[in-house]
Design a protein around this ligand. Sequence first.
Ligand code: ZN
Length: 150
Amino acid sequence: MNDLRELYQEVILDHSRQPRNFREESAASRKAEGYNPLCGDRVTVFLKLDGDVVKEATFQGSGCAISTASASLMTEALKGKTLDEARAIFHKFHDLITGGQSDSDLGPALGKLEAFSGVNQYPARAKCATLAWHTVNAALENAKAPVTTE
Ligand code: ZN
């Protein structure tokens, strides 16, 4: 279990230090901003959709290691997914973070997103880990108001 925890920590550190897809997508068809006042995390998510497939997912912003790593891993996870698949991943990830019971054999595989499984022991951190996801949700719903975790 300790080895797994170390591996998870490495994934989060890696993505917080070198976030993937950290840029503005000028051809984005969807965009939303999120803010977590509890921690001060800010994120802007850009999505380029082709029909109901996520062609590009990028983000910008500044925040703590957890929020940055979460946004980075999220953009990787979303690329190439349909909107239904994206929503399914979000629900499963949300369950993981909030400690809700979720049958790990059901639904989409979370892959590297499992690295955040330790976060459910730190409720304040859950908002950091889910900020980018709530923001993507808003982008998909085409919400106009900025997202806040409060
Ligand atoms: Zn944070």
